[in-house]
Design a protein around this ligand. Structure first.
Ligand code: IVH
Length: 676
């Protein structure tokens, strides 16, 4: 039978081993054992703990915070404010920083502690009798948020302090930075992308997003790491004399510190270390945005004190944004899901801050003109705070004679439909919304949605499978799916019944209204209300198709730009072709109510407050059926405001503007008079 002391020793050994492998995995991204072996260590520890619950160690990794999500974070006031640092950007500024210090400390030897400026989030940790009791964000420096549950999930952060030769302090407040190491960040983004989830722009955002999760199990799943860089409070006093001793002591207590740190005897040496780290930056495990230079001696720090909210004894020495020269080999146009054309410059691959950059977005044609960038041009590209590279400048002095100016393509590079860009718009778009393969998913999603053709059951999962089977090239193919029943049955988890339900829903959607059909086409700028106006005004689809821009502009709710979008939509042959196929498949509708029976034509109405006999949606629809335009805000042009219970500012405004107001009873009587 094992003695309790042996069991504890075994537990401690396992805890240390697991901590070591956590560090190798999450921080260095260099696991030295397989996942299986890691799990075995974990299970061994768990089994020991299950057999000896009275001996469970407080810092055991098996005892991570439970899955309890918080509803909000508590605010905590920092006992010692978390201040910020001044900045220097070049050698001259750095030497001036040193001169100011020397003037205040004449005839004193000054040593500088040079640290990495970690690009993450500053936090503060409170330890009572060696036990982690609280983690707080920097916040505004005076007050932060209590993120204890989340910091407890950070693998390399000690939950319990130990020192081999000294007692741990009664109270200790440690400051440092939470980061997501670069490789962990790439892994997280790759995994999120594979799952179709949101990716993060840079490790800093990923770390911030993870720390601010109310559900600690999410933070726990993120590869975060903590690096200590200072002590805010210690009881009893630690008696240490310098920054570098403080960092050593923190390491002895179980904290991790950044992967580089230097003690320099002159400011010239500081400059050399800065240049060295700038070179080594790409090889570091974490993102840094400069160096932090601190007077090493703690007494000297005290003598120097603070100037407003910044210490005189420390400064940040920021790196300039990394810039590299390369050549624009081509400019391609990418078509987004909503039809936007984005120019992308293809570059001769070049290293910028340790990352190879071969593409850079130019955003839109306006940006191309602003930069005057041409194919063949030499350009400088940079990566600033975020990871996304940008063109800094075009160098016309290196422009080759055969450089080619870039034009907005006349036709969509994906579907050859005309490209349109109404005046006043910054973005060019493909007009083949119904047909363009780049816009296929969005077009289908919109077409089947509740307020459009309302095909219940044709959700994203179906659509993905159908695209995969090549059964949906455009929305008209929806009405031919019944011809492929056998293929539909091969889709995983789609049985006879769900296939039949889908086919029935598609069949049922064929009877619709002209307004719904127009809305379903997904014409830019044509929402539900505009579609209704167009249906009421033009009465038939043919009349709408043949309308010129001037006629379109006369429709209530249709402005200059929307008129152009509608016109261009019907000009794109491919769209017309798809519409023909939709109608041929049997989509039909009753003729809309003639405008002569629309007594509220051209009037603007507002519905506000709560009605007891119907919802606001229904009131809106009934007014629209009479030809009214229902708006969300009251103006002098408003014809009438229908005010239900608890009507607020809109009613006040109506009264101020002397707009007619109807209560619910009056409104019901009004509708009754039209049988509406
Ligand atoms: S010491 C009095 N050391 O820089 C301020 N800060 O502007 C003492 N930072 O938000 C801060 N690495 O998050 C210090 N090695 C380092 C640092 C560091 C990054 C951040 C910190 C703070 C900001 C100060």
């Amino acid at each position: 039978m094992m003695q309790p002391a042996d069991i504890v020793a075994q537990m401690r050994q396992l805890i240390q081993l697991i901590a070591k492998h956590n560090h190798a995995y999450y921080v260095m991204d260099q696991p030295t054992i397989t996942d299986n072996e890691y799990d075995q260590l974990f299970h061994q520890l768990k089994a020991l703990e299950a057999d000896h619950p009275d001996l469970v160690q407080t810092d055991t990794p098996t005892n991570r915070v439970g899955g309890q999500a918080l509803t909000k974070f508590q605010t905590v006031t920092h006992k010692v404010p978390m201040l910020s640092l001044g900045n220097v950007f070049n050698q001259e500024d750095l030497f001036a920083f040193a001169r100011r210090i020397e003037e205040r400390l004449p005839n004193q030897q000054i040593q500088y502690d040079v640290e990495l400026k970690l690009d993450g989030l500053a936090i503060s940790l409170w330890y009572e009798d060696g036990k982690l009791v609280r983690g707080v964000t920097r916040g505004d420096g005076e007050t932060g948020e209590d993120i204890t549950q989340n910091v407890k999930t950070i693998r390399n952060l000690p939950k319990h302090l130990h020192h081999s030769s000294q007692p741990v302090p009664r109270f200790l407040e440690v400051r440092g930075e939470v980061l997501m190491p670069k490789l962990g960040f790439e892994r997280l983004n790759a995994a999120n992308e594979a799952k179709g989830e949101k990716t993060f722009a840079n490790p800093r955002n990923a770390a911030a997003g993870s720390l601010r999760q109310l559900d600690p199990s999410i933070a726990a799943s993120r590869p975060l790491a903590f690096y200590a860089y200072g002590i805010a409070q210690c009881e009893p006093a630690h008696g240490l004399a310098s920054m570098h001793e403080s960092l050593q002591w923190l390491t002895a207590l179980g904290f991790e510190i950044a992967e580089r740190q230097f003690l320099c005897s002159s400011i010239q040496e500081v400059q050399q270390r800065y240049e060295q780290i700038q070179q080594e930056r790409p090889q570091l495990a974490v993102e840094i945005d400069g160096m932090v230079i601190k007077v090493d001696d703690l007494k000297q720090q005290q003598q120097l004190g603070f100037l407003s909210r910044e210490p005189r004894w420390a400064t940040a020495y920021k790196f300039p944004a990394e810039v590299a020269m390369t050549t624009v080999e081509n400019i391609d146009w990418q078509v987004g899901r909503t039809g936007t054309l984005t120019p992308v410059a293809r570059l001769t691959p070049v290293l910028v801050g340790g990352v190879t950059v071969s593409n850079v977005t130019l955003h839109n044609i306006g940006e191309i003109h602003r930069l005057d960038v041409r194919i063949g041009d030499r350009v400088s590209v940079y990566r600033s705070g975020d990871v996304i590279p940008k063109v800094e400048k075009v160098w016309p002095e290196f422009r080759p004679e055969n450089a080619v100016e870039v034009q907005l393509p006349a036709q969509c590079p994906v579907c050859s439909s005309p490209v349109v860009m109404p005046e006043g718009e910054a973005l060019a778009r493909c007009s083949g919304g119904l047909y363009c393969a780049a816009q296929r998913i969005e077009a289908i999603r919109h077409f089947v949605s509740r307020k459009a053709m309302d095909i219940e059951g044709l959700g994203d999962r179906w659509v993905e499978s159908l695209l995969h089977l090549d059964l949906l090239k455009d929305v008209a193919d929806i009405y031919h799916l019944h011809e492929h029943r056998e293929k539909l049955l091969t889709i995983e988890k789609m049985g006879e019944k769900s296939v039949q339900n889908l086919i029935d829903a598609i069949e049922a959607s064929k009877k619709t209204t002209l307004a719904r059909f127009i809305y379903a086409l997904g014409i830019r700028g044509v929402g539900e209300t505009t579609a209704r106006m167009l249906a009421n005004t033009f009465q038939t689809l043919d009349a709408l198709k043949q309308a010129d821009i001037e006629m379109l502009k006369k429709t209530p709710d249709v402005g200059d730009i929307t008129a152009e979008w509608i016109y261009d939509f019907f000009l794109a042959e491919h769209n017309v072709e798809v519409i023909k196929r939709l109608l041929a498949a049997g989509i039909h509708w009753d003729a809309p109510i003639a405008p002569t029976r629309q007594p509220l034509n051209g009037e603007s109405w507002v519905v506000t407050g709560t009605l007891s006999t119907m919802g606001r949606d229904e009131a809106t629809q009934r007014l629209q059926a009479l030809g009214a335009r229902v708006s969300g805000s009251v103006s002098s042009k408003t014809k009438c405001v229908v005010a239900g219970e608890k009507a607020g500012s809109k009613l006040d405004k109506a009264e101020k503007l002397q707009v007619r107001v109807m209560n619910e009873d009056e409104f019901l009587a009004f509708l009754a008079q039209y049988n509406a």
